[in-house]
Design a protein around this ligand. Structure first.
Ligand SMILES: *Cc1c(COP(=O)(O)O)cnc(C)c1O
Length: 377
């Protein structure tokens, strides 16, 4: 590894490349993807689409294949309407397409939020440790980033959040719940309180609910009528097992959606993406049954790990933190057993994704073996 001094910066990039100064010592986001049998490091859903869903995806593709000379629906109206219906069923709300914005993964949604409401001279607050892309996109869009540390088992101290927001007057506050990488859930009443605190300084509270379907807590979308400064980001990558299709969306007051129209690229969401997402949404009942299955697996793994004497943190997502005296060596020992988990750079934890029952069994067996090895050696 090189250090971050000026000389190495200059050495890393060719002299003719006018890369922005503030990007020169950055590294691209991404977990190492290794070729192992049990990959539990990126919070993917282990259940691929079933046979009938695959067939329906195929016919959707051949239908749009014949029309690919045309641009897609620029505003993705049917997809946004269907997403609204999906949410209304889950949360007993009354949203329409005017409340929904969709893009290529929720990361693009987050980027559009920064483009519209962040930028130079503005700041954003995040409660860390959390999803590092919030901070990364802040940097790329020239928004200054203000970190508020989570306390105890990674919960938010509302008082200190209030002080920081009142003092710094950011335009954006990011709250991930269930939080990645900790799994921590923020109670809906705390989100309401934070939404009010944000309203005092005309800031938007962006609630990243990438894992909401796995959580027992009500969604923050139920607060939007009362608090129009709340934006909720969701994704089809995790609960819908649709990460490869790249579909994310946000739910908000219609004024927020109108702002998104100012920063989106024309025809950003391909005909293929829109059509495939509509097919998957028609299978939401089946896909949510898989979500329930994974949540039961999370409970089972927790019990098994307890029997091994390994503490796990309470999680509302399809992953969890488990205790590791020495995360780096335990990560290696698990890899030696062909199991890949994520070192999220927390002092005494590693993160594992809930996989299929077979994958979870392999993880539990590998962990037990790894701990046995370190105990005797
Ligand atoms: C996975 C994840 C996302 C990204 O989702 P995509 O829709 O695949 O871009 C966003 N936020 C959090 C907290 C995530 O863990």
């Amino acid at each position: 590894m090189t250090t971050n001094n000026g000389e190495n910066k200059r050495a890393k990039w060719p002299a003719w490349l006018p890369l922005r100064d503030d990007l020169q010592d950055q590294v691209p986001y991404g977990a190492p993807q290794l070729n192992v049998s049990t990959r539990l490091n990126t919070n993917e859903n282990p259940f691929g689409p079933n046979k009938t869903l695959v067939k329906d995806l195929e016919s959707a593709i051949s239908e749009i294949g014949a029309r690919l000379n045309r641009y897609p629906d620029r505003d993705a109206i049917e997809l946004r309407r269907t997403l609204a219906q999906y949410l209304n069923q889950l949360s007993d709300t009354r949203f329409s397409e005017a409340n929904i914005w969709a893009a290529n993964g929720s990361n693009e949604v987050i980027q559009s939020i920064f483009l519209a409401f962040g930028g130079s001279g503005r700041s954003a607050v995040g409660f860390e440790p959390s999803y590092s892309m919030h901070h990364n996109i802040a940097r790329v869009t020239g928004t200054s980033w203000i970190r508020v540390d989570r306390v105890g088992d990674f919960v938010i101290d509302i008082e200190s959040a209030h002080r920081t927001i009142a003092a710094e007057k950011p335009s954006l506050i990011f709250l991930t719940t269930p939080n990645n990488p900790t799994g921590t859930i923020t109670a809906i009443n705390d989100i309401r309180t934070l939404g009010r605190i944000c309203a005092e300084v005309n800031a938007l509270l962006v609630v990243d609910e990438a894992y909401q379907e796995f959580s027992p807590e009500p969604s923050a979308i139920t607060l939007i009528d009362e608090l129009p400064n709340i934006i909720v980001c969701r994704t089809m990558s995790k609960a819908f097992a649709f990460a490869g299709a790249r579909v994310g969306y946000l739910v908000a007051n219609p004024a927020v959606i109108e702002a998104m129209l100012l920063v989106r690229l024309p025809y950003h969401l391909s005909s293929a993406t829109q059509a495939l997402a509509l097919v998957a949404l028609a299978y939401s009942r089946e896909l949510l049954a898989n979500v329930a299955h994974l949540s039961r697996e999370r409970v089972r793994i927790r019990k098994e790990l307890e029997r091994l004497g390994v503490e796990t943190l309470t999680s509302g997502a399809n992953f969890f933190l488990f205790h590791a005296v020495d995360p780096k060596s335990l990560w290696q020992a698990l890899l030696a057993e062909d199991v890949l988990v994520r070192d999220v750079a927390l002092p005494h934890y590693l993160r594992a994704t809930v996989g299929s029952p077979q994958e979870n069994d392999r993880f539990i067996a590998a962990l037990s073996k790894a701990l046995g090895i370190s105990a005797t050696g």
